[in-house]
Each structure stands twice: as structure tokens, then as C-alpha cells.
Design a protein around this ligand. Sequence first.
Ligand code: SF4
Length: 313
Amino acid sequence: MYFPLKRGLLRKKEADIKAVDGVNFRIKKGETLGLVGESGSGKTTTGKCILRLHKPTEGKITFNGKEIASLRERDMKPLRPGMSMIFQDPYSSLDPRQKAGAIVGEPLIIHRLVRNRKEYRDRVEELFRLVNLDPRMIDRVPHEFSGGQRQRVGIARALAGEPSLLICDEPVSALDVSIQAQVINLLKDLREKMKGLSYLFIAHDLSVVRHISHRIAVMYLGRIVEVLDQDTLYDNPLHPYTRALLSAVPVPDPFIEEKRERIALKGEIPSVLNSPSGCSFHPRCPLAKRECRQKPPDMRLVGKDHEVACHLV
Ligand code: SF4
């Protein structure tokens, strides 16, 4: 996904901003893929491309066997109920003037999923119960809910079309730590109840992603640098960036915590406008060699379901 960089009075295109480049992954039915990386790594843009909120510059997106990257909006419309998104901020993503019931029920009307008022009301109540909200709260407005309850309203709305893919974009990062676990557990329960529901779970924090994901894709500056399953993340993470992210996750056992190796990352993630040559992680990588500055590493399969892009692996 490239965005044009336009400057000057005439807004002439000067260059392309490569927000996401050469990204390749699959999500199986019923599977949760965690997409992790710092802000600015292209995670949200990837999610928006899949939902076709952005039309990708190039490449393929296959959803339930159908290529959707190049579909016109008119042809996308029937597929829309099958995929939806939960947003990061439950405070700004809900219309403050709308009642919670109307927020949750809106997709039912847009996608014509109910035939009459009674069916509409029954389905909205069912969605409230599904996310553990009391249906008597249907007539309340968002500011009468707590942060965690608002996120439940957002989840209920996202489930209205009975999607098979839910893109969860940092769904707990705006919530208190005590509430985060409740929302994660709710998402796990929903995955059990709604057989075949898949998640792309986007987060900047590995400690959140690892509890819910079957596999994890680590993203850096618009590219995926490692894909591995939950066990391999603990036993054998290979990319220096994955190892650095993992070393920042606190361990509850104080003895293990004391002995653990901490890998401090130098500086901040650069802008995609000034993407470094070769391996884009090289200015921050403690293991960088000359080759790393010259040539970008290819993604290689190094084990079952384990892929890494690093010259040293
Ligand atoms: Fe570090 Fe080089 Fe591997 Fe990039 S390719 S992660 S710079 S060792």
C-alpha cells in the first residue's frame, strides 16, 4: 500500500510513501493471528487494506476464496457483513448522540439483515447478551457506559453481520489494565462460541498479543520480519526485533525477571519516508553487519510455520 506524497501549491506528487510493502500472510478459519510492532510499522494500514477501507496499490487479498483487492465497491458490498473491525478507542469510535442499541443495530439495517422491527429488536438484545451487556442498557448513550462496556458495545456492533473475520485494532490499549483482561477473555469466549470466527489482532504490545494469538506476525517499518506460533515465540524467537520486543515484556516470577537478558532498542522507529537501506532494522539492530546495510533480507522458512527475514538466521 503506497500513499502519494504531495507537496507545494499544486499538490504535485513527489514520491510514494511505502506504508506496507511486500507483506504476505494467511489467517486460517478459527485462527487468531497477532500482528505486532511499534506505532508506525503499518499494522493498521494492513488491517484497513484487508477490509478494503484502503484500496491496495498492488497485490492480492483473498477472503473466503475470493480475490478482493481489486473489487469495485459495488462488488464488495455483499461481502462487507463477513468482515468487520473493532477500533482502538471506545471513547471516540461511538457516536455520543446515538443510543447504544442503535449503534449495535446499525449494520443490521445497512446490510438488510433483519425483516422487521421485532427481528431487529430481538437481534440487538441477543448481541448485547453475547458480549455480556444487560439488554436493558439498549437505550443508554455511550457516556453512560464505562470504558470496558463501551468496548463491548463496539464488539457487539462488529458482530452484528456474523462476520467470519474480525480485525481487532489495538482493542484494549485505551483501557485500564484490569479491564484489558476482561475484554481479551470475552474475545476468546466469542471465538469459542462462534465457530470459525478468525481474528487479526493488532497490538504494539507483545504481552497483550501472546495471550490470544495462535500465531504472531512481527512487523517493522511496513514489512513482516518474523512469523511464528505461540510456543516458538517463547522457545525460539529468532529475529533481533522480536527478541527485543519480547525482552520488554515483564515476567511475574521475580527470580526469572532478575536473570533475564534485556535487549534495549536504540532510538525510535524511523519514518517510512526515510526508510533505511538494506534491512530497515539495521540502524537499531545490535547484531547488524555490513551486509545488513546493503541488502534487504528475504523471508525464509526456518521451521514449521516459522519464517524469518534476517541475514544472520
Ligand atoms: Fe539485524 Fe542484519 Fe538481521 Fe537486519 S538482517 S535484523 S540488521 S542482523
